[in-house]
Design a protein around this ligand. Sequence first.
Ligand code: PLP
Length: 396
Amino acid sequence: MPEALSRPAWAEVDLDAVRHNTAALATVAAPAALCAVVKAEGYGHGAVPVPRAALDAGATWLAVAVVEEGEALRRAGIRAPILLLAEPPPEAMADALAQRLTLTLYSVEGVQAAAKVATNGRSPTSVHLKVDTGMHRVGATPDTLVDVARAVEEAGGLRVEGLWTHLAAAEDPAEDGYTTEQLRCFEEARDRLALAGIHPDLLHAANSAGAIAHPAARYDLVRCGISVYGYCPGAALDGRVELRPAMSLKARVSFVKELDAGERVSYGLSYALSEPGDLATVPLGYDDGVRRRLAAAGAEVLVNGRRCPMAGTVTMDQFLVDCGPSSGVKTGDEVVLIGRQGDEQITADHWAELLDTISYEIVCGVGPRVPRVYVNGEGGAVVADGRPEQPRLEEA
Ligand SMILES: *Cc1c(COP(=O)(O)O)cnc(C)c1O
């Protein structure tokens, strides 16, 4: 574990797993290229080391949600193309272009704002257009797309490099008909642009689920997020690509006491010990992404290779574990919340099931107070030295 932590709790990110997943996805997607989606601090895995590992292992593009995320990658010296997944507000266009981020545009106003700040280059600035084919979040409608594209071509200083869309339910086989319809609508949009004389080099539509389950959605580029981090985007696609979860959430026991049978613990006294036993305190709480409801939902943690139940309500900074009678558990013992210990494993998918959500929300939810520690860094080196490469607190 990292040594210089003021409290013994950390998220361990295995960069070998990231490289493995990226390489596996690149193979599945080929000949389409792979864009690693690294928004939200790499789905909670840290803003910079994961994208670096993904680029090492075969990703050729990165994608982020907001301009600041792209700026952080450029500051770290990353030169690969970075796609912005939403059209920035007009006042953010100049920063986006100064950082050489690839704009996604879908409104004429957005095009005009971009054109205003894009005219000083020698060659035109490449942008991607997004068309809404059924997700109904953002994007030009199929009817307005040609107007937006014409605005780009006429603005001077901009050119259409890509056309993309986003799938709403690619992970759900029951909705395969909807996915097929989205792809048909996407190709119709491409054909409408062609009639207007606009031929984007790069077509893309697939998220992880699209890339894995829908070969027709791969086109020239796939945009994979969750699968890069080692989670399958939906239960129905389990095992289609061999993925390894990259993040483990760990801590050390901070306090132990022996309690009698029937003693009730934590806020609300909702948990009573069924027999006399050792109660261990773990220094992570709901501010760190250990959701308050987990204990009541039946979550367990791993201590000394055994599964032990979380006991009572998770508090903001700490929670309790019922280690049972004569457990031998002592202060300083390692606790695994998510990850492996001995032969046991707890996954973010399991937490997601308990909390009625998806793995995405679990890994993104690991809070900024939890240092990220990277193992298996460049050339296989262990870089877990208590000074995470990119402490999130400093980046924020
Ligand atoms: C987040 C996102 C992705 C990645 O989705 P995953 O399911 O994590 O692979 C791809 N495209 C867009 C537009 C996104 O917002």
